[in-house]
Design a protein around this ligand. Structure first.
Ligand SMILES: Nc1ncnc2c1ncn2[C@@H]1O[C@H](COP(=O)(O)OP(=O)(O)OP(=O)(O)O)[C@@H](O)[C@H]1O
Length: 249
């Protein structure tokens, strides 16, 4: 299986503080890969550097081509998209206008298929269609997350990166978001998922990385990490994946 993303020795510093140290990671075509780890481990930094939002050293190879200096507009045009933790919607604009903006880069390149793409997004999120004329700022937390994912899908990405999609959402909505992530894989979208909800992330993912203090501390097939005693103790609670009390999906 070809890799859609290969990250080699990626380093990011904020001034003198190195937030990411020699991170190596890959995402196979059509795979869901998750990065779990505690607050401040460097997960958001990792996604931002891959996307070209933050300067980094090392190498990012996307869809067969190496980007020594990833640059965000170019990455979007090439088929990479990031749903940031803060969602970053335009609150004073309608749901539909937010979606249209997600297709901006394709439109600029002469691809005028946003009408059809929007219907596909609405099919995935009927709730967004119901609310299409509503201002994004008036949506619930779950609807906002759906809109942020829908907007990213408007760019028809090959690789979708999601930063904490379940953050702050009620369990039922979290379940819905993870169902959609699984559905996107069926449609051929590769996914790099950063999550603090390690249990749900390891359930949906094919492969997983544990990031701790800026370094990849562990990696492997997601089901193997879900059974690893250290992952169970640190990220899944003492009872591990069989402890229903802790399960929130
Ligand atoms: N703009 C910044 N300036 C300085 N330090 C930063 C900046 N952004 C993040 N950091 C630091 O870099 C480290 C990694 O942060 P990052 O946000 O990537 O971690 P994270 O794993 O995504 O955590 P969280 O889940 O809390 O978002 C942390 O120590 C953080 O304090």
């Amino acid at each position: 299986m070809a890799n859609v993303l290969e990250v080699k020795d990626l380093c990011v510093s904020y001034g003198k503080v190195e937030a990411l140290h020699n991170a190596n990671l890959s995402v196979g075509e059509g795979q869901i890969v998750t990065v779990i780890g505690p607050n401040g481990a460097g997960k958001t930094t990792l996604l931002s550097a891959i996307m070209g939002v933050l300067p980094s050293t090392g190498e990012v190879a996307f869809d067969g081509a190496v980007e020594r200096v990833p640059e965000v507009e170019r990455m979007v045009a090439r088929g990479m998209n990031l749903v940031p933790e803060k969602r970053e919607l335009f609150g004073e604009m309608s749901v539909e206008d937010n979606l249209v903006l997600g297709a901006f880069q394709r439109y600029r390149m002469g691809q005028r298929d946003h009408g059809q793409t929007m219907e596909e997004v609405y099919a995935l999120f009927p709730r967004l269609k119901e609310r299409r004329t509503q201002m994004a700022g008036t949506l619930s937390g779950g609807e906002r997350q759906m809109l942020a994912v829908g907007r990213a899908l408007m760019a028809r990405p090959k690789l979708l990166m999601l930063d904490e999609p379940s953050l702050g959402l009620a369990p039922l909505i979290v379940r819905e978001i993870f169902r959609i992530i699984g559905e996107l894989r069926k449609r051929g979208v590769s996914i790099l998922l950063v999550e603090q909800n390690a249990r749900a992330a390891l359930q949906v993912a094919d492969h997983a990385y544990v990031l701790e203090t800026g370094e990849v501390a562990m990696s492997g097939p997601a089901h193997e990490l879900a059974d690893d005693p250290r992952v169970i103790e640190t990220y899944l609670g003492l009872g591990g994946k069989h402890q229903d009390r802790l399960a929130n999906v």
